[in-house]
Structure formats: C-alpha cells, structure tokens
Design a protein around this ligand. Structure first.
Ligand code: MN
Ligand code: MN
Ligand code: MN
Length: 278
C-alpha cells in the first residue's frame, strides 16, 4: 500500500466511549474513502467479536485496541495494532487494565459523593451499558441527574484535569503494556503524543523509553491538527526512526476535531506503519 493510503488506525465504538456500533464505524469509514481501519476501543477487543461486524461494506480491518499505561507517574496511551486477540498475555493484560479502571471508577464515585452527588457508580454503569467504564459515562450521569447542563460542564467542574473526579490511576507500566502487544504479535504505537502537553525534552525522553521498551510507531497524525504540529511530530518520528501512524481518535460524529477518516494525510518522507502489512 502506498503513501496515498488513507489509514484511520485509531477509532472508538460503543464498546468503550464511542457512540457508534462497529458496523456503523466500518460503513462510515468506507463511505469516507478509508482504505485501512482499526477499531481501537479502550481496554477491549469486543468490537471484533460483534456479530454485525463484517456484515456490510468496510475498509480493510486491522485488529487493535488502546491501552492506558504509566510512564514516570504520568498516564500515556498506547495503541496496539495487528494483535492476535487470543494471545494469553494480552488477555491477562486487558483484565489487569479493567481492574485498574474499575478501581478508578469507584474512587471517582467516592469523590463525587463527597460533593453531594449520590449513586454515581451505578449511574455511570447504566450509561456504559456493559461497555468499558470511563469518565464520559460519569459525565452522562452528571447531566442526567441535573448536576450540570452538558458533558462539557461535567468535565469542566467535576471530571477534567485538576477537578475532584480527576483521580490518579495505577495503570500498568509502559514496558508491560508494550510487552503484551508484542507478545500478541502487534505493533505498539505511541498515541496522540501532543496531548500529554510535555516539553520537547520530556517528549524526547518518553519516545526514547517507549522505543527502548519495544515500541515501534508514533501517531504523527491525530485527528485534525495544525500543520506545525504535524511537522514537529513528523520530525520526531523521523529522528527516532519509528514507523508513522495516523488516526482520527474518532468517538462521536459531533466532535469536529476528530472526524472519522478526515485529516489523515501522512507526510511523504516517513515510513508508514502499513508498510509492515504489505
Ligand atoms: Mn476515549
Ligand atoms: Mn487516548
Ligand atoms: Mn482514543
């Protein structure tokens, strides 16, 4: 596959915190001319066992997921692509992630209870409806119980950075997460590197540690981003000799900055991750 390939390798469905079914994501990606698609729900491969997946038109699918990891006390996200869903180490790793996530959800609920918001855990679970529990489900509950007017206010007042529900989580270590992905035959991708708001020096350190642990690719394109940012990440990718990945981080059709299949043109001088799947 060539550089002109449109690859959306970071998307979410209703199995985590997205709003569309896997089949709907495939259909929309197909409609938008995506050649290669990975559904990368948080801590789950459930989309790949969905009965409706593969029932309609779809781009070529790469099996993937997004895992939270701990790097020097900071949370970072690692996308695993081309993994074998049956790999025992990966299955155990996903289970450890789910446990860390459950413990976090209980702590968020306790913090909200201290602010006078009752039954948040049950409420968030109801909104998750069996999906991997995340902060957006708490946000939906806060809207439902009238504590806030919308999701944005829920994050601004209760769940976002520095707010009461922003609890630290004991995510598995970066090198462990990368090891599970490699055990499963996949490629570990450092997701949305600009989102961690690191200084250039810190970001270089993260990339060096990621690479030393067996990480192989960098998300040079993450949704709609400024040219300057693409340029900086392309340079980082090139200097670190990593493969280049692209993804929208699509969750909901109404998020303009993360539209499925949009803004994914990869700078031509990089080695795209899909060169490994030819
Ligand atoms: Mn998400
Ligand atoms: Mn992420
Ligand atoms: Mn994501």
């Amino acid at each position: 596959m060539a550089h002109s390939t449109t690859a959306d390798l970071h998307t979410h469905t209703l199995y985590s915190d997205g709003s569309l079914s896997p089949a709907a994501v495939c259909a929309l990606a197909h409609e938008r001319g995506v050649d290669l698609l990975a559904i990368t729900d948080h801590d789950t491969l459930a989309a790949y066992t969905d009965a409706d997946l593969g029932s309609g038109p779809s781009p070529e699918l790469i099996v993937g997921l997004e895992l939270s990891a701990r790097w020097v006390k900071r949370p970072v996200h690692i996308v695993g692509l081309g993994v074998d869903p049956g790999c025992h180490e990966l299955v155990l790793g996903i289970r450890a992630q789910r446990e860390a996530r459950e413990a976090r959800a209980e702590r968020i609920a306790r913090k909200l209870a201290q602010r006078g918001i009752d039954d948040a855990l049950a409420g968030a679970r109801r909104h998750a409806d069996g999906a991997v529990l995340g902060r957006p489900h708490f946000a939906a509950y806060l809207v439902e119980c009238g504590a806030v007017r919308d999701m944005a206010q829920a994050f601004a007042q209760y769940l976002g950075h520095g707010r009461p529900g922003d609890v630290s989580t004991a995510w598995p270590y970066l090198h462990d997460v990368i090891a599970w992905i490699r055990d499963a035959g996949g490629i570990a991708v450092l997701a949305h590197p600009a989102k961690y708001k690191l200084t250039r020096t810190k970001l270089n350190e993260l990339v060096a540690d990621f690479k030393a642990a067996g990480g192989e690719a960098l998300e040079v394109i993450s949704g709609t981003q400024q040219h300057a940012q693409t340029h900086a990440l392309a340079r980082l990718c090139d200097e670190a000799r990593l493969l280049a990945a692209s993804g929208s981080d699509f969750h909901h059709p109404d998020q303009r900055w993360a539209q499925l299949g949009r803004g994914l043109r990869m700078p031509g001088h990089l080695t795209p991750i899909w060169s490994r799947w030819d």
